[in-house]
Design a protein around this ligand. Structure first.
Ligand SMILES: Cc1cc2nc3c(=O)[nH]c(=O)nc-3n(C[C@H](O)[C@H](O)[C@H](O)COP(=O)(O)O)c2cc1C
Length: 185
């Protein structure tokens, strides 16, 4: 199902409409997600650009309700994972060097955005969950030494599907004038 061809902003193209309409969804229906859809969404993530094209990432798809429930307890604001149809754990290699850590995090953010926009196009809502118990998720997902998971993205068909094609929240982002400077600060 594609939800981004329609929109309330006729002046915008499909990509711009998806960027503006996508929002974090934390209430999901019971409908299960086809494995092929999950695969396509992860495929979108791996197409993200990365520094030197290093692609320092891996993705673990979780659909087992008991695992999702366990993950939902690993972060203060991770409860939505327990209500999701699936979750994608974003895995990165450990890095000692702060600039390397920053570079990996930047790349991962782009992969996450690809993943969430692809989910949106498929009619799925998504939400980040910051993982605070690194040891617990490493154990649950069987991560090899040297790999870490700090973020999980929950996925599911929204309980209220109208959210997929609603107008962007007017108060949702800082005004353009506040963040845009021309030529110099
Ligand atoms: C790095 C990062 C971590 C986040 N962690 C959580 C989280 O633990 N739980 C949660 O519910 N939302 C989390 N979010 C989602 C933000 O709260 C959300 O993107 C923001 O409120 C904007 O929401 P909107 O896109 O629906 O307007 C996180 C977002 C980012 C980028």
């Amino acid at each position: 199902m594609c939800v981004v061809t329609e929109g309330s902003d006729p002046g915008h193209g499909r990509v711009m409409r998806a960027i503006r309409a996508r929002r974090n969804v934390r209430a999901f229906s019971e409908e299960s997600i086809d494995p092929s859809v999950l695969k396509e969404i992860v495929d979108a993530a791996r197409h993200a650009p990365s520094s030197m094209n290093d692609q320092r990432w891996a993705f673990v798809v979780v659909t087992d309700p008991a695992r999702l429930s366990a993950i939902s307890k690993m972060g203060t604001w991770a409860d939505h994972v327990g209500r999701a149809g699936a979750a994608v754990a974003l895995i990165v290699p450990d890095a000692e060097d702060p600039s390397e850590r920053e570079s990996i995090a930047f790349d991962l953010g782009q992969a996450a955005q690809n993943l969430m926009l692809a989910a949106w196009e498929k009619g799925l809502g998504s939400c980040h969950a910051t993982i605070e118990d690194g040891a617990a998720i490493r154990d649950l997902l069987g991560l090899p030494a040297g790999w870490t998971c700090d973020l999980v993205i929950s996925l599911g068909y929204p309980a209220d599907r109208s959210i997929l094609s609603a107008s962007p929240r007017t108060d949702g982002r800082k005004p353009l004038d506040e963040v845009l400077r021309l030529e110099r600060w």
